[in-house]
Design a protein around this ligand. Structure first.
Ligand code: HDD
Length: 702
C-alpha cells in the first residue's frame, strides 16, 4: 500500500493529538497530553488535518469536507490590501513619558503631569516599495506614532524628514504614482531612480527642498533607532484659556543620528533585506530600548508673520537656530508585537486623530491628509469598525451611538441608540460635554472660493540651498553622488537637463558636480523661478547629521575569527563593547565556530558569506595564523575587509590578518581608523575610537 504523506511527516513531528486513521484504516489514539485540541473556526474538534476527505483512497474529494473548505477559504482571504504608500513597515509598542508638563501651552491631557506614561505604538516604514521590498531603499522613512491618551488616540503621522514634496494634497496621487513602479513595466521596485519620478520632480519646483533631503544620507538610515522623526506640518496647541500657539513636533533619537553609505545600502539589501526590522527586533528583545525625545518648536502669530516663509507651507521648515526645539517628554519602545498582522499590519494611523488641546493648522497638505487616511483605512481594513481592533481601540472609555456594520464586536446594549433622548442617565446613553469635549478654535476664515496657491508659497529654492550649505563636505558629496546615480538611471536626456536647470537655482557647485557626473559638458540655463532664490539664509547645523556628536552605543561590532584566534583578545573586545553598551557578533568560516588559542570553542552567529561587514558598524579581524592562511582563498573574507575599508569603518586587526588585508587591497600603512590589536589591552582603545563611527578621511572610500 502507498504511504500517505502524513506517515512520513509524522516521524519528525511531535505527535498530533486526537484520533486519526492509520495506513491500514485502523484507528490510533495519539498523545494528547500538553496539547490543545485542534478545532475548526466553529469549534468542532478536528480528527485529521493531514488528508482531505475523499471517496476511496485514490478517489475524488468530497464537497462535504467542511474542514478542508473552511481552512482553504480562510487561507484564500488571509491578505488585506497593502498600504498604497508606506506598505513596508515595522512597529513596536512602548510609552510616552511626560517630562515637563506644559499646561500654559496646551490643555492636552497627556502633557499635564510629569512622569505620566501614555501607551504608544509606533510604525516605521519606507514609502515607495511594496510590502516585500527591502529595507535599505533610498527613500523617506515613515515615523507614525499612536498615543493612546486618556482623552482619545492622538496620531502623529510623521516622517524622518521635516518637509514634503508637494504643497497641496491634490498632488499626492501624482507624486506617488511617479515614484512607484512604472505602471506598464511594474518596475523598478522601491526606487526613485527612474524616469517617471524625475520627470514629475523636474516639472515640480516645489519639491526641490525635499529632493535635497531625499538625496542626502537621511534617506539611507543605519537603523530606525538612529533617525529623527518630524510631524512636518505646523499644528496648533491650545491651552485651557483658549490661547493658541503654533507648534512643530520633532522626535530626537537618544542614540544620535547615523546613516549608511550608498554602496553599503546596496549590499545590505542583498545580504539582509530585513536589516532595519531585525535591528529593531534584536534591540528590543535584548532590552536595549530605543528612545526619542519629543521636542517642540512653538511660536506665535507675530513670529509667523515675521518669518521669511509661510508656516503653512509643508515644503518649508523653521531652523532650530531661530526657534529652538524644546524637549517635553520621551518616547520609549520596549515591546515587540506578538502578531505582526494583528498589530503592525492592522494599525490604522489617521492624521485627524487629535485630542483636545492639539489642533490642525490650515496647511493644505494636512487638510487633504485628514480626508485620505480615514478613507484608506476603510479600504484596507474592510469596514467602519476597524476602531474595534485592539491595536486601534482607544485605551480610554468610549461611549457613542455608532452601531452595526461589518465585524461589529462591541455592540451597544439597551434601547437608546440616538441622542437627545429622554431615557435618563441610566439607559439613555452618553451626553456631550462642552467643558471636556473637543471644541475647535474659532479661527476666522474668509475669502472667495478659489483654486490657487498663496504667493507666500512661491519660493522653492532658498531653503533647498540652505539645507545644502548646512551639510559637511562629505554630506554634500553624498548628495551630489546620489543625484548623479539617480539621474544616470533616467533614459530621457531632457529630464536630466531639467534637473540641472533646477540645481542651478540651488547651488552652482552642486549643479556643476552633477553635470560632470552625468557627462554633460554644458549646463542649461537656470530654471525660471516663481520667486527669486535667496542666497543669504545662514547654514543651520541642526540640518546636518555629521555635525552631531557620535557614539558607539547601540551599535554592532563584527569580529571575524578563525581557529587559533587569541581567546583573551576576543574576550576583551566583547567586554569593551558590553561596557558601552554595544553588541558583538562573531563571524567565522563555519557557523559551528572556531577553536580559540586557549582550546575553548567559540560559536559563530554568521558564516563568513552570511555575515558581510556591511552588517556591522565596525569590525575586528582577530585571526589565528593557520586559519588566516585559509581565509585568503575565501572571496567573502576579502570582501569583508575591503568593504569595511571602503565604507570608512573602524577596523581592528591582529598581525595574522595583514595578508588578508593586503589581498583585499587595504593600504600597507594603517590609517588612523585601522587599529592594531596586539594585546587584549588594545580592545578598549579600539572600541573608544569606534565612537567616531566612520573615518571619512580615507582617500579611496566608496
Ligand atoms: Fe501619508 C500613510 C506620513 C502625506 C496619504 N503617511 C502614511 C504613513 C506615514 C505617512 C508615516 C504610514 C502610516 C503607517 O505606518 O501605517 N504622509 C506622511 C507625511 C506626509 C504625508 C509625513 C506629509 C507631510 N499622505 C500624505 C498625503 C496624503 C497621504 C498628502 C494624501 C492626501 N498616507 C496617505 C495614505 C496612507 C498614508 C494613503 C497609506 C496607508 C495609510 O495611509 O494608512 O492615506
Amino acid at each position: 500500500m502507498a504511504r500517505t504523506p502524513r506517515s512520513k511527516a509524522r516521524a519528525a513531528q511531535p505527535a498530533p493529538q486526537g484520533t486519526h486513521r492509520g495506513e491500514g484504516g485502523e484507528t490510533h489514539q495519539v498523545a494528547q497530553e500538553g496539547y490543545l485540541t485542534l478545532t475548526t473556526q466553529q469549534g468542532t474538534p478536528v480528527a485529521d488535518d493531514q488528508n482531505t476527505l475523499t471517496q476511496g483512497r485514490r478517489g475524488p474529494a468530497l464537497m462535504e469536507d467542511f474542514h478542508f473548505r473552511e481552512k482553504m477559504f480562510h487561507f484564500d482571504h488571509e491578505r488585506i490590501p497593502e498600504r498604497v504608500v508606506h506598505a513596508r513597515g515595522y512597529g513596536a509598542h512602548g510609552y510616552f513619558e511626560t517630562l515637563t508638563p506644559i499646561p500654559e501651552l496646551t490643555k492636552a491631557d497627556l502633557f499635564q503631569r510629569a512622569g505620566e506614561k501614555t501607551p504608544a505604538f509606533v510604525r516605521f516604514s519606507t514609502v515607495a516599495g511594496n510590502k516585500g521590498s527591502f529595507d535599505l531603499a533610498r527613500d523617506v522613512r515613515g515615523f507614525a506614532v499612536k498615543l493612546y491618551t486618556q482623552e482619545g488616540n492622538w496620531d502623529l503621522v510623521g516622517n524622518n524628514i521635516p518637509v514634503f514634496f508637494i504643497q497641496d494634497a491634490i498632488k499626492f496621487p501624482d507624486i506617488i504614482h511617479s515614484v512607484k513602479q512604472e505602471p506598464d513595466k511594474a518596475f523598478p521596485q522601491a526606487q526613485s531612480a527612474h524616469d517617471n519620478f524625475w520627470d514629475f520632480i523636474s516639472l515640480t519646483p516645489e519639491s526641490m527642498h525635499m529632493i535635497m533631503w531625499v538625496m542626502s544620507d537621511r534617506a539611507i538610515p543605519r537603523s530606525f533607532r538612529f533617525m529623527e522623526g518630524f510631524g512636518v506640518h505646523t499644528f496648533r496647541l491650545v491651552n485651557a484659556e483658549g490661547r493658541s500657539r503654533f507648534v512643530k513636533f520633532h522626535w530626537k533619537p537618544k542614540l544620535g543620528l547615523q546613516s549608511v553609505v550608498w554602496n553599503e545600502a546596496v549590499k545590505i539589501n542583498g545580504a539582509d533585506p530585513d536589516f532595519h526590522r531585525r535591528d529593531l527586533w534584536n534591540a528590543i528583545k535584548a532590552g536595549d530600548f530605543p528612545e526619542w525625545e519629543l521636542c517642540l518648536q512653538t511660536f506665535d502669530e507675530d513670529f509667523a508673520e515675521s518669518f521669511d516663509f509661510d508656516i503653512l507651507d509643508p515644503t518649508k521648515l523653521i531652523p532650530e537656530e531661530l526657534v529652538p526645539a524644546v524637549a517635553v517628554g520621551r518616547l520609549v519602545l520596549d515591546r515587540m508585537p506578538e502578531n505582526f498582522f494583528a498589530e503592525t499590519e492592522q494599525v490604522a494611523f489617521m492624521t485627524h486623530n487629535i485630542v483636545p488641546g492639539i489642533e490642525f493648522s490650515n496647511d493644505p497638505l494636512l487638510q487633504g491628509r485628514n480626508f485620505s487616511y480615514l478613507d484608506t483605512q476603510l479600504k484596507r481594513l474592510g469596514g467602519p469598525n476597524f476602531t474595534h481592533l485592539p491595536i486601534n481601540a482607544p485605551k480610554c472609555p468610549v461611549h457613542h451611538f455608532q452601531q452595526d456594520g461589518h465585524m461589529a464586536f462591541h455592540n451597544p446594549r439597551g434601547r437608546a441608540n440616538y441622542e437627545p433622548n429622554s431615557w435618563g442617565p441610566k439607559i439613555g446613553g452618553p451626553r456631550e460635554d462642552p467643558q471636556r469635549g473637543f471644541s475647535t478654535l474659532p479661527e476666522p476664515a474668509d475669502g472667495p472660493k478659489v483654486r490657487a496657491r498663496p504667493e507666500s508659497f512661491a519660493d522653492h529654492y532658498s531653503q533647498a540651498r540652505q539645507f545644502y550649505v548646512s551639510q559637511t563636505p562629505v554630506e554634500q558629496r553624498h548628495i551630489g553622488d546620489a543625484l548623479v546615480f539617480e539621474l544616470s538611471k533616467c533614459e530621457v536626456p531632457a529630464i536630466r537637463l531639467r534637473m540641472l536647470a533646477h540645481l542651478q537655482n540651488i547651488d552652482d557647485g552642486l549643479a556643476r558636480t552633477v553635470a560632470d557626473g552625468l557627462g554633460e559638458a554644458d549646463l542649461p540655463p537656470a530654471a525660471d523661478a516663481a520667486a527669486e532664490p535667496r542666497t543669504d539664509l545662514p547654514p543651520s547645523d541642526a540640518l546636518s547629521i555629521l555635525k552631531r556628536p557620535t557614539s558607539f552605543a547601540g551599535r554592532k561590532l563584527g569580529i571575524l575569527v578563525t581557529d587559533g584566534a587569541d581567546a583573551e583578545l576576543v574576550k576583551a573586545l566583547e567586554a569593551a563593547a558590553l561596557s558601552i553598551p554595544a553588541v558583538v557578533e562573531i563571524i567565522a568560516p563555519t557557523v559551528g565556530g572556531v577553536t580559540l588559542s586557549d582550546g575553548s570553542r567559540l560559536v559563530a552567529q554568521h558564516k563568513i558569506d552570511g555575515g558581510p561587514s556591511v552588517l556591522f558598524d565596525a569590525v575586528a579581524l582577530v585571526l589565528g595564523e593557520e586559519g588566516a592562511a585559509k581565509l585568503l582563498r575565501v572571496p567573502p573574507a576579502r570582501d569583508f575587509a575591503a568593504d569595511a575599508y571602503a565604507h570608512y569603518k573602524f577596523i581592528g586587526f591582529t598581525e595574522a590578518a595583514l595578508p588578508l588585508m593586503q589581498k583585499a587591497g587595504l593600504p600597507p600603512e594603517p590609517d588612523a581608523a585601522m587599529v592594531p590589536l596586539k594585546r587584549p589591552a588594545d580592545a578598549a582603545r579600539f572600541l573608544k575610537a569606534c565612537a567616531a563611527l566612520r573615518f571619512w578621511d580615507r582617500p579611496d572610500g566608496a
